[in-house]
Write a protein that binds this ligand. Structure first.
Ligand code: PHE
Length: 359
């Protein structure tokens, strides 16, 4: 008996609806496999219908073949979807049965914190803020003009040797190197005064750079906090009072301070300030052994300062006959080392969490 393509297509439709009906009720992977064998397997229902394709007259085969392929693809897709459904159902059930053991120790959450230098810089700035200073910041890549010229250090001045400068590969119109990594925060003195009229009271925390070999007490980059106060009638007494108060807040109310003459081209007179050693109380030794913090000196130098040089004032357009001021520069790296008993400055920059986690 010969088939017609209409008959074959009708058979296909029958197999399809029967297969889909059965598939609906299946909930286990085993029953899905049985279904696959029954309809799509080598002796399966669909395959049996497909075998009769060959008995069709050649002109009918094409249409019937296409219909047969469509049915096969559909059943395979439905099987895939049913398998996913069954698998997800099993996971949901597992999750439902899962017990939570409330007695198990929790996983500790690590809490971040500020870098010790950030902490000390903030603490130091806070001390000045409470005395009426404003905190500002400035560029780390600086012009020779602000880093040296405006600070009374012209290009032929020997004081340039005090700063081991890192130059940027950039030349000005006259072919001179004119850009550098700032060697101190002092360039912000002129930058600030150029932009404001007195009174000025600012502190400037930031990074500075020097061409220097590193060791336990030297880094090629470190931090400074610059201070500048300019107004009518500012005297050395204001400088001393302000820095004394700062030392007491950061190093304790018992601290004594000592000022000695020092030289910086942009101040006159210039001083450095020391505090009495807070470990040996200025004695130079603890229980008979030499104090390692002040190296038996009893004093620790912590900053440079002075009265702003009249030339620096007039260069920014302030009249030195009317205005006076003081400036200072402190190294927070050194302050933190002293305060926390850190012996190597390089620890601040090596990012070892065992070190950083202690602060
Ligand atoms: N800029 C000086 C330095 O880096 C420190 C300083 C600042 C001294 C302000 C006096 C006044 O050594």
């Amino acid at each position: 008996m010969s088939m017609t393509s209409a008959q074959l297509i009708e058979d296909l439709g029958g197999v399809q609806s029967e297969a889909l009906d059965e598939l609906q009720g299946l909930t286990s992977e085993e029953s899905l496999e049985e279904w696959r064998v029954k309809f799509l397997g080598r002796r399966g229902r669909l395959t049996t219908v497909l075998r009769t394709l060959g008995s069709l007259p050649p002109e009918d085969r094409r249409a019937a073949g296409q219909e047969a392929n469509r049915t096969k693809t559909l059943l395979e897709e439905e099987l895939g979807a049913a398998r996913r459904r069954v698998r997800e159902g099993r996971f949901a059930l597992l999750a439902e049965q899962e017990q939570i053991d409330v007695t198990r120790p929790g996983r500790p959450a690590t809490v971040g914190r500020y870098h010790p230098l950030t902490q000390i810089i903030r603490e130091m700035c806070d001390a000045f803020v409470s005395m009426g200073f404003q905190v500002i910041e400035g560029p780390e890549v600086e012009w020779d003009h602000y880093n040296f010229e405006m600070l009374n250090i012209p290009s032929d001045h020997p004081a340039r040797d005090m700063f081991n400068t890192l130059w940027i590969d950039h030349k000005d119109a006259e072919g001179r190197q004119s850009m550098l990594l700032r060697t101190h925060t002092s360039p912000m003195q002129a930058r600030t005064m150029e932009k404001t009229d007195p009174p000025v009271r600012v502190v400037v925390p930031g990074k500075v750079y020097r061409y220097e070999a590193t060791d336990a007490t030297h880094e090629w980059h470190f931090h400074q906090i610059e201070g500048l106060a300019v107004d009518k009638g500012i005297t050395m007494a204001h400088l001393k009072g302000t820095l004394y108060e700062f030392a007491r807040r950061v190093f304790g109310p018992e601290r004594k301070v000592r000022f000695r003459c020092d030289y910086f081209p942009f101040v006159e007179p210039g001083v450095d300030m020391s505090i009495d050693c807070f470990v040996c109380e200025g004695q130079g030794s603890v229980n008979g052994s030499p104090c390692t913090v002040c190296r038996e000196a009893g004093w620790i130098e912590i900053l440079g300062a002075g009265m702003v040089h009249p030339k620096v004032l007039s260069d920014v357009g302030y009249d030195p006959a009317i205005y006076t001021g003081f400036a200072f520069g402190i190294g927070p790296d050194r302050v933190a080392m002293l305060k926390y008993g850190i012996e190597d400055i390089r620890l601040f920059y090596s990012n070892d969490l065992r070190f950083l986690g202690q602060f």
